[in-house]
Write a protein that binds this ligand. Structure first.
Ligand SMILES: Cc1ncc(COP(=O)(O)O)c(C=O)c1O
Length: 465
């Protein structure tokens, strides 16, 4: 009988986060103001507390996880590393498939790895209230949980299509004391402007971010800040605990380095969490194929542009150097709401430019097919976002079979799908649609980005994905 679970004790949970910004072979471009000036820390102070801004701008390789944060993470961390032996058998592949199970957190996904430290740093800074956006509802529930533990108020703008598809996510936020509002809403200038132009819009993460930032910066008490669930450097930093644990657990499975590392990528945080510690190994000479997987409904890495673009629709955020489809892009209403974001994290984007990562995109139907195979082999019902990673895992395991290679594949199972059964139901009844986006729609959206700034593609030429 093969060993299928690899656990770590609490004492083995990492005490530091890993910051890829310290090791990127070509340093990241700075974020810019609309008039092209590099963003200075003080310009972000209305939005984030200073301690998180310092983390955002840090190029220190290792950053200590505060003791109090570690004590909260122990509720469910370290998470298990599992081996998907039943899927391997079903596929008749010589590949060995391992995955980090992030679905075991109280909110059901990796998002609590960052919501807890973000709420904690805000509390330390004297903040009373946080606002945020949420796509599928995972980040909103994770922040609601963290704010409840730490003693902050929490207001969540949830993308309209997910608000309607996943009402139980609102209940979860409510039980931890957060207020959840469908976005676009009539309560902010950004929301009202979108509703006036497109009253029936399904909404987007870009719109919800504009609303949440506006709500934070216009609070006259000055005691509200905004928290983002992905994209920014400090969020990716917090998620690296996933990959750092996986490195220790793979050693227990007597594996030095995986051949392939895979994660689904909305704004890039769970992917970065599993991938960045292995990206450092790759920078130092290991041969690893590192694959961020996006939805074909929102293909910023495979069909977008590396450009300076806003992180939100209203242009309230600075210009970020990232792969983007344009901040006005509204993706089709797929069930993987967490992958409906127009941009990719600047750290991941720069690693792609450098050739350290090889992006891949998956159609919604293909991802559900993979989720059903997973449920019928491994047994767990996974989040629609995670199923995009599983679709890529299956492709790579089949490729290993064709090539007769015993590859080790590691991926991040970012969350469970127990609040996402409506999508499964549609798939099982043949009502789910493909999620390809027409080229003219992408071109139209990108034309606006080109008017802003194209970011220079800086790379050493040492890596080829
Ligand atoms: C389960 C799950 N996986 C993945 C994602 C995508 O976000 P990120 O790319 O930041 O990990 C989300 C976002 O909501 C999610 O809920």
């Amino acid at each position: 009988m093969s060993q299928v679970k690899f656990f770590l004790d609490e004492k083995d949970m990492p005490k530091k986060w890993y910051n890829l910004a310290a090791d990127l072979p070509t340093p990241m471009l700075p974020s810019l103001t609309v008039d092209g000036q590099p963003v200075k820390p003080e310009m972000l102070e209305a939005v984030f507390p200073r301690n998180l801004i310092d983390q955002e701008m840090s190029t220190k390789r290792w950053i200590e996880i505060p003791q109090e944060v570690r004590e909260m993470l122990y509720r469910w961390r370290p998470t298990p590393l599992r081996r998907a032996v039943h899927l391997e058998k079903f596929l008749k592949t010589p590949a060995r498939i391992y995955y980090k199970d992030e679905s075991v957190s109280p909110a059901g996904s990796h998002k609590t790895n960052s919501s807890i430290p973000q709420a904690w740093y805000n509390k330390q800074f004297g903040i009373k209230r946080l606002t945020t956006e949420t796509g599928a509802g995972q980040w909103g529930t994770a922040l609601a949980f963290a704010c409840h533990l730490i003693g902050l108020e929490c207001k969540v703008y949830m993308v309209r299509v997910s608000f309607d598809q996943k009402p139980m996510r609102q209940t979860m936020m409510g039980l931890w004391g957060a207020e959840c509002i469908a976005s676009p809403s009539p309560y902010t200038n950004a929301g009202r402007a979108v509703l006036a132009e497109m009253p029936d819009t399904p909404g987007s993460l870009g719109i919800a971010i504009s609303e949440a930032v506006e709500a934070a910066v216009t609070d006259p008490s000055g005691q509200t800040r905004y928290a983002l669930g992905s994209v920014l450097n400090h969020v990716l930093l917090h998620q690296t605990i996933i990959g750092l644990e996986a490195q220790k657990q793979l050693k227990k499975a007597r594996i030095k380095t995986p051949d392939i590392v895979i994660g689904c990528a909305g704004g890039g945080s769970n992917f970065a969490g599993i991938a960045f510690p292995f990206t450092l190994e790759k920078i130092n000479g290991a041969k690893i194929d590192i694959i961020p997987v996006e939805s074909a409904a929102c293909p910023k890495m495979t069909r977008g542009r590396f450009a300076y673009d806003h992180g939100d629709v209203a242009g309230m955020t600075p210009l970020l150097p990232m792969h983007s489809l344009g901040s006005q892009f509204i993706p089709p209403a797929i069930h993987a709401g967490g992958l409906r974001y127009h941009g990719m994290a600047p750290l991941v984007s720069q690693a792609i430019v450098e050739g350290l990562m090889r992006p891949h995109s998956v159609d919604q139907l293909h991802s559900y097919e993979a989720a059903i195979i997973w449920a019928r082999t491994e047994g767990f019902v996974i989040a629609p976002e995670s199923s995009n990673a599983v679709a890529c895992v299956i492709e790579e395991a089949n490729k290993a079979k064709r090539e007769g290679k015993e590859k080790v594949i590691l991926f991040n199972m970012s969350g469970h799908g127990l609040m996402d059964l409506a999508g499964y139901d549609k798939y099982l009844h043949g009502k789910l649609e493909s999620s390809q986006v027409a080229q003219e729609e992408i071109d139209k959206s990108l034309a606006r980005v080109q008017k802003v700034h194209l970011a220079p593609l800086r790379k050493t030429g040492r890596f080829h994905s």
